[in-house]
Design a protein around this ligand. Structure first.
Ligand code: AGP
Length: 609
């Protein structure tokens, strides 16, 4: 998704802006650009492709200037090309924008009717022209931005500069993230803390509809009515080192291997020998959870898959009804909300537009309360929830979620256990499940040892165009997550089915060109799964089975292989089985030579609808 960096400083800002954009590359983008005020001139460079291509243009012809804005664009209105890349300039104004302006067409037509000629297809250039037109009427830059954002419908985070006011940058946000980095004699704007951590660790998180003016010496925040508002400065805990790739070839590989630590951090001080500790969901959390009679879970993508696992868990152990839905569906339909239902939003970034909108919509629907399970403490989802349980995964840079998923499962397991205990789960069983959960980091560590075998297996997938993933029960969401990983980073079409559904349609696809990946835990459904796998074998399909060490299997299939995984118990098995599937996708993608950390067309944090 688009990334924004802006700076006003005594030093030349173009190198700082470029460094900030590089930190935002993980969000996904297709072009990059920057604009700097040099005297009363706007100097602008833009390029399709990577930040380093724009950087080489700058290095070939560097320019000074202490005020500037920069952007990585993820195309929404108009093709990814130089003309549509940001910053957009109109008259004296240059602007960068993340989001979508829904009423841009009539605004654009009105400007065209007055003779304005546009050079791009973007909604952003319309904003630049509107702001410039407001300055023509005698307004200062801040007033002009305020006047324009009041007219806008949709979502935006913007940073704007003007030739007439060379010592300031104006920022504004609604529905897309923007924060201020407070330096000494210099100040910054960025889409997230990571973009600014190289220059400062002091951050001001802007609220919805805030407009901010930064100069070298001052940061002033205003509400949409133009009145000053107070916003706290926070010290970010992010360290510049946390986002280094180190010895690993890709961030995704590093993040897969960080899972034992990330899961252990997520469980730390939250569960002990006598069970889940009190007050881990925030003030009033335990009292609220005691009243829960049902749960609705809303999320997107990988986070949605974590929610599906939680449905199996909460219904089995806490005996509470659970509904799980993707946020983009939930927000536009009239879901029935029974009394005393808890709304749970799951999001790595906490800025996913659909999840955030669904959470806001839930306020109208009469829930008992909202709980955010999230990885970014300062994010909008966390700030707007009643209760929160942070996943302590650390920054996740690879677009494909890995440690975010397993830490979400760890957090959801804590929620399950708290609800189950509250609802009278047998104490011995409860304590056994708690012990199992505490062993999860160790079991993930063991699963990671399978990497060499999985790497060899990945070779089989190089020429493939399709793959099927099968699981039963709580392993079905794991199969869904495995297929999502494979398709998003290797570009192999993959689908997941509950294994019992195979004969109702997908079996028609199975032939010698179709690898079928199955997850086989040692449980009551094992025999049924084995019958499903026989159906694949009989059609000559290549079977790749990840089977629990304790699961009796019938030896190696004639085509394919069985890899043994120590799942560590039925409760934590979904998290453990996820790891070999992540490794499989990763190595298939590496062998197929795709851009593993930034797969085509995808963004890390989807801040538009
Ligand atoms: C999965 O690998 C993707 N990164 C994607 O599906 C992601 O999980 C989804 O966009 C939701 O993001 P969130 O957890 O930040 O809300």
């Amino acid at each position: 998704m688009c990334g924004i960096v802006a700076a006003v400083a005594q030093r030349d800002v173009a190198p700082l802006l470029i460094a900030g954009l590089k930190e935002l590359e993980y969000r996904g983008y297709d072009s990059a650009g920057l604009a700097v005020l040099e005297g009363n001139q706007v100097r602008r460079i833009r390029a399709k492709g990577k930040v380093r291509e724009m950087e080489s243009l700058y290095q070939a012809d560097p320019f000074p200037g202490g005020t500037g804005i920069a952007h990585t664009r993820w195309a929404t209105h108009g093709m990814p090309n130089e003309a549509n890349a940001h910053p957009h300039v109109a008259g004296r104004v240059a602007i960068v924008h993340n989001g979508i302006i829904e009423n841009y067409a009539p605004l654009r037509e009105a400007l065209q009717a007055r003779g304005h000629v546009f050079t791009s297809e973007t909604d952003t250039e319309v904003m630049a022209a509107l702001i410039d037109a407001r300055i023509d009427t005698g307004l200062g830059l801040r007033e002009a931005v305020l006047a324009v954002v009041r007219e806008l419908e949709g979502a935006y985070a913007i940073a704007v500069i003007s030739r007439d006011e060379p010592d300031c940058v104006i920022g504004a946000r609604r529905g897309a993230p923007l924060l201020v980095g407070v330096g000494i004699g210099e100040n910054f704007l960025g889409s997230d803390a990571q973009a600014l951590i190289q220059v400062t660790n002091k951050m001001i998180y802007l609220d919805e509809d805030d407009v901010v003016e930064i100069t070298r010496e001052r940061v002033q925040v205003f509400g949409l009515d133009g009145r000053p508002v107070e916003r706290e400065t926070h010290e970010s805990e992010l360290s510049a080192d946390a986002v280094e790739r180190g010895e690993y070839r890709h961030y995704m590989q590093k993040e897969i291997f960080e899972q034992p630590r990330a899961v252990a951090d997520t469980l730390e001080s939250r569960i002990g020998p006598h069970g889940v500790l009190p007050n881990i969901f925030g003030v009033g959390g335990d009292e609220l959870l005691a009243k829960v009679r049902g749960v609705h879970i809303i999320a997107c993508g990988t986070s949605y898959h974590a929610g599906l696992v939680a449905k199996y868990w909460i219904e089995e152990y806490a005996r509470l009804p659970v509904a799980v839905e993707v946020a983009s569906e939930y927000r536009y339909r009239e879901a029935v909300v029974p009394a005393d239902t808890l709304f749970v939003a799951i999001s790595q970034s906490g800025e996913t537009a659909d999840t955030l909108a669904a959470m806001r919509e839930s306020r109208r629907r009469g829930y008992l309360g909202t709980l955010a399970i999230c990885n970014v403490p300062e994010s909008s989802v966390v700030r707007e929830a009643d209760l929160k349980l942070m996943t302590r995964a650390g920054p996740e840079i690879g677009v494909a979620s890995t440690k975010a998923f397993t830490t979400q499962l760890a957090a959801l397991a804590l929620l399950t256990l708290r609800l189950a205990h509250e609802r009278g789960l047998d104490e011995t069983r409860y304590l056994a499940l708690c012990e199992q959960l505490q062993s999860l980091p160790r079991m993930i560590e063991q699963a990671l040892q399978l990497e060499p075998e999985i790497q060899a297996l990945a070779e089989h997938f190089i020429p493939r165009h399709h793959a099927l993933f099968l699981g039963r029960g709580v392993q079905f969401p794991v199969a869904l997550e495995g297929s999502l990983k494979l398709k998003e980073i290797s570009y192999i079409h993959a689908e997941a089915y509950p294994a019992g559904e195979l004969k109702h349609g997908p079996l028609a696809l199975v032939d010698e060109d179709m690898p079928v990946v199955a997850v086989a835990p040692n449980g009551p459904l094992l025999d049924k799964l084995k019958s499903n796998l026989q159906e694949v074998r009989a059609r000559g399909g290549e079977l790749i089975v990840f089977a629990d060490k304790a699961a009796p299997m019938d030896g190696n299939p004639s085509r394919g292989s069985v890899l043994r995984v120590d799942a560590g118990g039925e409760f934590i098995a979904p998290a453990v089985f996820t790891v070999p599937l992540q490794l499989l996708s990763y190595h298939v993608a590496v062998l197929r030579g795709t851009d593993v950390d930034q797969p085509r067309n995808l963004a890390k944090s989807v801040t538009v609808e």
